[in-house]
Design a protein around this ligand. Sequence first.
Ligand code: ATP
Ligand code: MG
Length: 507
Amino acid sequence: MRGAAGATEQGSPAEPADARAAQPPAAPAPPPAPAAPPPPPAATATAPPPPASGSHREAVATTPPPAPHVRVEAPVIQKRGPSKGRFDDLKENVHEELLIQLGPKLYDANLSPTELESMVRQALADVMAASDRPLTSTDRQRITQEIADDILGYGPIEPYLRDDSVSEVMVNGPFDIWLERKGRLTRVEAKFNDEAHLRRTIDKIVSRIGRRIDESSPMVDARLPDGSRVNAVVPPLAIDGSSLTIRKFSRDPLTAEDLIDFGTLSRKTADFLDACVRGRLNIIVSGGTGAGKTTTLNVLSSFIPSDERIVTVEDAAELQLKQEHVVRLESRPANIEGKGAVTIRDLVRNCLRMRPDRIVVGEVRDASALDMLQAMNTGHDGSITTVHSNGPRDTLSRIETMVMMAGMDLPMRAIREQVASAVDLIVHQARLKDGTRRITHVTEVERMEGDVITLQDVFLFDQQAGFDSEGRSLGSLKATGLRPKFLEKMAFANVVVDPRVFVPETM
Ligand SMILES: Nc1ncnc2c1ncn2[C@@H]1O[C@H](COP(=O)(O)OP(=O)(O)OP(=O)(O)O)[C@@H](O)[C@H]1O
Ligand SMILES: [Mg+2]
């Protein structure tokens, strides 16, 4: 449970006393083979009980003091480890036998994924047939699936990656796995064998795209081959074992119709936003983490007419535009020597020279905000992006702060004027308590009045109806009755909005 770091320190004279107590001195280092056996039960049996308050100072006080100059690690909270039973023993034996039989063939670059899979499945069937231990057909199926998932996929989380109803997989150390389904979190029984097993899985994901993760670069963003977004943090930064978060990527992106079905927005608002995009308004989609900003950005981008040239700029290519004329750009981090980084800002600047009709930026989170505003103000109207924020007013102040990061020493008033003249519309979204994602504000950005940018809500989420007996929100997005002033700008692009859209519904 102390993970790889604990294992490498073993035997070192500088090792902290509590670590040595947790590891039996004679325990061999786990072999690098895919099915490293979990540490012997003695390891947990001899471990000192966790300090009552979890306080680091108490933990050290009850054990002999560590050697001078030794950095003592934060106390590790013991999560439920796997209780090894007959099934696990069987699985381990089969796995070892399989590795002996296939050996280097597993790494044969000439094999296609399908050939590799059928080879592994065949060998698994052979190994189990030759086994002298009796196996029920359920055990047989489960062992085949779990070992195949380990060798060909991402181990215990593989079934959830295949399951379309799961939108996010969160691994908090080897023995604690959570899923998000329909906006709600649930914990699952699946576990990795140990920290080393989890680390191998993380290594498999990040090495596939040429990145690495270790003590010197313990945080990494990566992607699965299907495009799912991955973030991993390993010890020492992740205190209780490596953390892995996978935002699933659906091959079939959510459409405007889906969002209407989910109640994220009404048909009337969807039609209005469609008109706003065709009418070349500059739009910011804002919201908290995981509120559904990228999904809404994708839906708004789908409203861009197909005769326009679109350039997209993203950190990790998540957008899935269906139009024919799309150029996709992706930023990249620095290499091992700290060189070669290409930022969103570099890409936004570059794309101005690519004759875009529309610029769609996945997320603005730094000084690229300045370039984005300039693009919006200099003839690239109709651009769309997302910003992390808590509400439409906060969206504006975030943009101001990000523009200041560009270090141009612009006076606040000048920044605000730029923002006010660049941004036409803010679409703010939130994840509600019931797990649903809703657009809560469709807000017009008006002009400066004194030192303040005036905002006017065109549609607002009305929560007055409360919640139903199962805790689901009965609220909905409603017109406020105000007509936005940007209708004139839309008329220039030959887009006319039916004024009845703005009439508030009578209950
Ligand atoms: N309107 C929606 N209704 C239900 N689920 C949604 C909706 N929008 C997005 N989702 C799901 O919610 C998850 C998060 O969506 P998305 O990536 O769009 O959020 P985000 O705000 O861009 O997140 P981040 O801040 O991490 O970039 C995804 O799994 C997505 O499928
Ligand atoms: Mg996003």
